[in-house]
Ligand binder design. Structure first.
Ligand SMILES: [Mn+2]
Length: 357
C-alpha cells in the first residue's frame, strides 16, 4: 500500500517538475511511511528518507520499510539536516508543504537552503489521501465499530441528574478500553438548551427530563478517525422536538439515498438543505452537510453549498444535517459512509429512530 502511495506521489512531482518533496505534515508523513514520531520525510524520484532525532530513530526503523533513516546530531536543527541531505542528493529544487509550515519555519528553511529553489506546494499528499484504499477503509470501519459499541454502552448512563462531563469520561474510558487510541476529536456531549450550539462544550450541567442530549464523538484506530452524532431525549418528546428530529432524520435519509459518485459536494448538501427548508427550518441549518474523514477528522471532500468537488468511489464522508434553535435546543444526526461504485456503504450502525430514555 505504502509503495503504491509513494509511486503516485512521484508521478505528481514529475508532472510539476519538482525533484523532491519535504513532507512536514504529521498525517502525510504517516500516510507515506507509517512513521508516527516527530520528524520530516523527504521523497525524491528515487529514494525515501526520514529525518528524525535520537528519540525516534529506533521507532522509525521499526515502523517503516524502504526508508533511509537520518538521525540529526544534537544541536543541529532538522532543517539543517534536511539541507545537508538535499545538497548530497544534488537537488536543484524541492517542494515544501506550504499549508503545513509556519511562516517562521519557512523563513528558516529558506535561509538555510542556499542555492536550492523551494517550491511552495499545497495538498499534493492530501489529493492522494482523498481516496481511501482497502486498508484505510478497514481501519475506519474498526474505529466506527468502537464508536457504535460506545454509543450503546453510554445509553445506560444517560438519566436525569447525571453531569455531561461524567458521561464524557465514561464514554471515552469505554472507547479506550475497546481499542481506541485517544479520541478522534474532543467529544461533544451536551444537553437541554445547549444543544442549539452545534459545537457546544460539555460542562457540569446535570441532565434533566425533556432534554435533548447530543453526542458527537469518534474513536481513532491505527491513526484513522470515526465520526458519529446521535441525539436522544430523556422522557417523551414534545411535538416540536419530534418535528425537528424527524425533519433532520428525513433530510439525512434523503441525502444518504442520493449520494453516489459523479455528484458534486453541493448536490448532496442541497438534497438535505432543501428538505429542511421545506419543513420550515431553513434558517436553522447553518453548517455544511458533511466532510471527509481519514487521518484527519475534517478533510476533503466537503459536502457544502458551492462545493464543486465531484464525489468518487473510495471517498469517506459524513452526512450530518442539523437544526439548531436558540434557547430551545437542537438535533444533529451524523453517519459516516464510504462511496461505492453505485452509491454508498453506511459505516455507522447505531440506531437512528429517536431513542427516548
Ligand atoms: Mn462530523
Amino acid at each position: 500500500m505504502i509503495q503504491a502511495r509513494i509511486k503516485k506521489l512521484r508521478e505528481k512531482l514529475l508532472n510539476h517538475s519538482i525533484k523532491g518533496l519535504i513532507v512536514s505534515k504529521p498525517e502525510n508523513i504517516y500516510y507515506l511511511s507509517a512513521f508516527s514520531g516527530e520528524g520530516l520525510t523527504i521523497i525524491t524520484d528515487e529514494v525515501n528518507y526520514i529525518i528524525t532525532d535520537f528519540r525516534y530513530v529506533e521507532q522509525a526503523k521499526h515502523e517503516t520499510t524502504g526508508f533511509e533513516i537520518v538521525e540529526t546530531r544534537p544541536g543541529v536543527s532538522i532543517f539543517s539536516a534536511a539541507y545537508e541531505l538535499i545538497k548530497e542528493l544534488n537537488l536543484k529544487n524541492i517542494g515544501v508543504e506550504s499549508h503545513s509550515l509556519t511562516v517562521k519555519e519557512y523563513d528558516e528553511l529558506s535561509d538555510i537552503c542556499e542555492g536550492v529553489n523551494l517550491i511552495k506546494t499545497e495538498g499534493l499528499v492530501e489529493d492522494l489521501r482523498i481516496i481511501k484504499d482497502t486498508s484505510e477503509i478497514a481501519f475506519i470501519k474498526s474505529a466506527q465499530q468502537i464508536t457504535d459499541k460506545a454509543f450503546e454502552h453510554i445509553l445506560a448512563f444517560i438519566k436525569p441528574g447525571v453531569r455531561e462531563l461524567d458521561l464524557v469520561a465514561e464514554l471515552e474510558y469505554f472507547m479506550k478500553k475497546s481499542g481506541s487510541k485517544n479520541t478522534a476529536f474532543e467529544t461533544i456531549l451536551i444537553s437541554g438548551p445547549k444543544t442549539s450550539l452545534p459545537h457546544g462544550v460539555p460542562s457540569e450541567r446535570k441532565l434533566q427530563r425533556k432534554d435533548f442530549v447530543t453526542i458527537d464523538f469518534g474513536a481513532r484506530f491505527k491513526g484513522y478517525c470515526s465520526d458519529m452524532t446521535r441525539t436522544v431525549i430523556i422522557g417523551e418528546p414534545s411535538e416540536q422536538q419530534l418535528s425537528i428530529y424527524n425533519a433532520v432524520l428525513d433530510a439525512q435519509n434523503k441525502a444518504l439515498e442520493a449520494i453516489k459518485p459523479g455528484l458534486k459536494g453541493k448536490d448532496i448538501d442541497d438534497v438535505a438543505r432543501r428538505h429542511i427548508s421545506d419543513r420550515g427550518y431553513g434558517n436553522y441549518f447553518g453548517h455544511g452537510l458533511g466532510h471527509g474523514v481519514g487521518l484527519e477528522i475534517h478533510e476533503a471532500p466537503r459536502l457544502s453549498p458551492n462545493v464543486e468537488n465531484v464525489l468518487l468511489p473510495g471517498m469517506v464522508v459524513t452526512v450530518e444535517p442539523g437544526i439548531y434553535i436558540k434557547h430551545f435546543g437542537g438535533v444533529r444526526i451524523e453517519d459516516m459512509v464510504v462511496l461505492t461504485e453505485k452509491g454508498c456503504e453506511n459505516l455507522t450502525h447505531s440506531e437512528k429512530a429517536l431513542i427516548c430514555l
